[in-house]
Design a protein around this ligand. Sequence first.
Ligand SMILES: NC(=O)c1ccc[n+]([C@@H]2O[C@H](COP(=O)([O-])OP(=O)(O)OC[C@H]3O[C@@H](n4cnc5c(N)ncnc54)[C@H](OP(=O)(O)O)[C@@H]3O)[C@@H](O)[C@H]2O)c1
Length: 231
Amino acid sequence: MNIVINGGTRGIGKEMVLLLSHDKNNNLFVTGRNNKILQQLSEEAEHRNIFTFEIDISIFEVLEKQFIETLSGYFQSVDILINNAGTIINKDFVDFNKDEAIKIIETNFLGPAALIRALKPMLIRGSHIVNISSMGGYQGSSKYRGLSYYSASKAALACLSECLAEEFREDGIIVNCIAPGSVQTEMFEEAFPGYKAPVTAREMAEFIAWFAIKGSKFFNGKVIPVALNNP
Ligand SMILES: NC(=O)c1ccc[n+]([C@@H]2O[C@H](COP(=O)([O-])OP(=O)(O)OC[C@H]3O[C@@H](n4cnc5c(N)ncnc54)[C@H](OP(=O)(O)O)[C@@H]3O)[C@@H](O)[C@H]2O)c1
């Protein structure tokens, strides 16, 4: 399978890259801003099947042409896109300035959306787009103080997934969205210092990697809460 993973340098994304690259039948095109880690992932891949591209997803359009040219050098088509990159700022709504609000929306919503649009011509019939949202962005879930813009950006990504499943139906492209609960990652530790999540990055990565490969047979246009708590 040809798999594109956006945001694969740490946390859940990095674990997914490591897991999926163990299968020599998979080829991975991995993005992130940390080029050192991207290079390391590529060099250490047992099957030499990890290709990388350094990009800030919040300004995807700046490098869009180069991104597609580089990707096309490795892949003729794409089977799976996991839109995993995301950022969080934990502070009260009234304390957000416009730049911070824009950064979250661009990273968590507009960037991933632009990536889907750019990849669309390469997504074959039966391919699967998995957008990573959050329980915070799941309609009707309990909300956390301080995560207003983060949750709203994730809700937008979830809704986009439902819309695109319909728009891409005739092309046979499946679009789903995973809404994880708390996962012990660098992001979680930065946003909630001292708190302990019930799930490790590896465990969530195992679920999402499985879902990305198998889920398109059973789900389309779904936003799936993956959390122990009730919404
Ligand atoms: N951890 C949780 O509790 C939790 C819960 C619900 C949902 N999620 C979602 O799950 C996804 C992964 O989260 P995580 O906890 O693994 O986070 P993480 O440890 O902070 O990793 C985030 C990944 O996104 C990339 N990224 C961030 N900003 C980027 C940008 N502007 N451009 C390109 N790449 C960027 C990072 O790479 P670089 O640093 O190299 O850019 C990194 O690879 C996120 O979308 C997050 O919102 C997490």
